[in-house]
Design a protein around this ligand. Structure first.
Ligand SMILES: Cc1cc2nc3c(=O)[nH]c(=O)nc-3n(C[C@H](O)[C@H](O)[C@H](O)COP(=O)(O)OP(=O)(O)OC[C@H]3O[C@@H](n4cnc5c(N)ncnc54)[C@H](O)[C@@H]3O)c2cc1C
Length: 415
C-alpha cells in the first residue's frame, strides 16, 4: 500500500496523478476464512482491523450487502464524546475517543478528527443535577469533563439564546476533547488498512443464511455462494435481529429509523458541538459550512432509511428557541438510518448461543463515537473466545440476568 504523505501528493502532482493505487482491493470470496465478519460499517471494519493489528489474524473476510459505510456509519451526525455516567460505558467510549486522537496517523488516512468540544445543555433543574452527577462520575473514571455555567456557554457559542422563555440554558456538561470526525473516512480508512493486511473486503454480497455443524458455526450462505469460516462476527446494527434469526437465536433489540438533516452552507457560526437533550436536538457545523442537525427516532419499529416531514418540524421547532438564527436557514438534505436499540440503551459485545459466533450491536443512536473502542473489544472477544475488560459487561445475557447498564436514564439521549 502506498503511504499517503506530502511527498506522495507532490510526486503525483508531477505525473498528473497517474500513480495512485486503488484504496482497497475488490476480491472474489475464497471458499474459507479463519474469521468472517458480516457488515462493513465502522464497527465491522474496526473489528477486522484490530484482529489483524492486535492478534495477527489476517485470513479474514468482511462481507457487506451494500457499499462500505452505507449503513449508519455514513448516515450519522458524527458526534464523538465519552462523558457517559456508567463505568463500563465511560471505559469503552473513552478508549474509543482516545483512539480517535491518533486514528489518522494509525491508519495513514485523514479521518478529519476535530476535537472542537462537545457541550450537553442543561435546560431544566433535573438536567443540572444529572450533569453535575455525571461530572463527578467522569472524574472517578478518568474522563475529563466540566460543568460550566450559562455565561461560559454563551462565550463558547455566541449565536445561542440562553434566555429562552420555555427552556433557558442553565449550564452545560462540557467535554473539551470531544468533537467530530468525517464518518465515511473512518470506514474508508479502516477498509484500506484491512485490505493492506491481506483481508478481503467484499461488497455487494448479502449474507442470507448461517450454517452450523454440531452447535458450531461452519459457514455463511451469501448471494455470492457459501463461504466457510472457523469464527463468525455479526456486526450489522439495525439488521442484527435478522442475522440472529439466521443463526438461531433471539436478541433484545428493536430497530427504528433515526433521522438527521443539514442546512445550506453558511459562514463559520459555531465551532463546538451542542446537544440539547431536553428538547431533543443537536447541532454542529460541518467543514463545508452546513449546520448538521440531528433529531429524534421514529416512534415505531421500521426499516426505512429515509426522512419524514414530521421530524424536520419537530426538531427545528425544538432548536429554534435556543438558536433563533435557524429560522432563516434553508434545509438542504434529510435522511434516516436504522438504529438498533436495546432496553438499557447500551451495546452488546457478546458470545452467542451458537458456538464460535459473536455479536456486536445495540449501539443505537450513539455508536459512531465508539467505533475504534468497540472494534478493539470485539477483536479481543473473537481472537480469545472470551471478552476482555472492555467488553465483559456488555454480554447479551445481561438482560436475562438483570445486569443492565442503564444509560437510558443516565443520558436521556445518546448520540
Ligand atoms: C441519523 C443518525 C445520527 C447519528 N448520530 C450519531 C452521532 O452523532 N454520534 C454517534 O456516536 N453515533 C451516531 N449515530 C449512531 C451510529 O451511526 C451507529 O451507532 C454506528 O454507525 C453503527 O455502526 P455499525 O458499523 O454498527 O453499523 P452500520 O454502519 O449500519 O453497518 C452495518 C452494515 O451491515 C450491513 N448488513 C446488514 N445486513 C447485512 C447482511 N445480511 N449481509 C451483509 N451485510 C449486511 C449493512 O449494509 C451495513 O453497511 C447516528 C445514527 C443515525 C442513523
Amino acid at each position: 500500500m502506498t503511504r499517503y504523505s506530502a511527498f506522495a501528493i507532490a510526486r503525483e502532482a508531477m505525473r498528473q496523478h497517474t500513480g495512485w493505487q486503488k484504496a482497497w482491493a475488490s476480491p472474489e470470496p475464497k471458499a474459507h476464512y479463519d474469521v468472517v465478519i458480516v457488515g462493513a460499517g465502522g464497527h465491522g471494519l474496526a473489528t477486522a482491523y484490530y484482529l489483524g493489528k492486535n492478534f495477527g489474524i489476517t485470513n479474514v473476510a468482511i462481507i457487506e450487502k451494500g457499499w462500505l459505510g452505507g449503513g449508519n456509519t455514513g448516515r450519522n451526525t458524527t458526534i464523538i464524546r465519552s462523558n457517559y455516567l456508567q463505568d463500563p460505558s465511560a471505559a469503552i467510549y473513552e478508549k474509543a475517543r482516545s483512539l480517535y486522537e491518533t486514528m489518522s496517523q494509525d491508519l495513514n488516512y485523514n479521518v478529519m478528527f476535530s476535537p472542537r468540544g462537545v457541550m450537553m445543555l442543561a435546560q431544566t433543574e433535573h438536567e443540572v443535577r444529572g450533569y453535575k452527577r455525571t461530572e463527578m462520575a467522569n472524574k472517578l473514571q478518568g474522563v475529563e469533563t466540566r460543568f460550566i455555567g450559562p455565561a461560559e456557554v454563551k462565550r463558547l457559542v455566541p449565536i445561542m439564546n440562553i434566555e429562552g422563555p420555555r427552556y433557558p440554558v442553565l449550564g452545560a456538561l462540557w467535554q473539551a476533547r470531544g468533537g467530530t470526525a468525517r464518518h465515511d473516512a473512518v470506514a474508508w480508512g479502516y477498509a484500506r488498512a484491512c485490505s493492506a493486511m491481506g483481508m478481503h473486503v467484499i461488497q455487494n454480497c448479502e449474507v442470507i443464511g448461517v450454517e452450523s455443524v454440531g452447535g458450531q458455526v461452519s459457514a455463511v450462505a451469501t448471494t455470492k455462494g457459501t463461504i466457510g469460516c472457523n469464527k463468525l462476527g455479526i456486526v450489522v446494527a439495525g439488521h442484527s435481529g435478522h442475522l440472529a434469526n439466521m443463526a438461531g437465536f433471539r436478541l433484545p433489540i428493536e430497530s427504528v429509523a433515526l433521522q438527521a438533516m443539514v442546512s445550506e452552507p453558511i459562514k463559520p457560526a459555531m465551532d463546538v458541538v451542542v446537544m440539547a437533550n431536553t428538547v431533543h436536538g443537536y447541532m454542529s457545523q460541518s467543514d463545508k459550512g452546513e449546520m448538521v442537525i440531528g433529531g429524534g427516532a421514529d416512534h415505531f419499529n421500521n426499516y426505512t432509511q429515509r426522512g419524514s416531514w414530521q421530524h424536520i418540524e419537530e426538531t427545528v421547532r425544538a432548536l429554534i428557541e435556543t438558536f433563533p438564527m435557524l429560522s432563516r436557514l434553508k434545509m438542504l438534505r434529510q435522511w434516516g438510518g436504522i438504529v438498533d436499540m436495546t432496553g438499557d440503551r447500551s451495546p452488546i459485545i457478546s458470545k452467542t448461543p451458537l458456538g464460535n459466533t459473536f455479536i456486536n450491536c445495540g449501539w443505537g443512536t450513539g455508536g459512531f463515537k465508539a467505533i475504534p473502542g468497540s472494534g478493539w473489544a470485539m477483536a479481543e472477544l473473537i481472537a480469545k473466545g472470551e471478552p476482555g475488560s472492555l467488553a465483559r459487561d456488555f454480554s447479551m445475557f445481561r438482560f436475562r440476568e438483570g445486569r443492565f447498564i442503564d444509560e437510558s436514564v443516565a443520558a436521556g439521549v445518546a448520540h
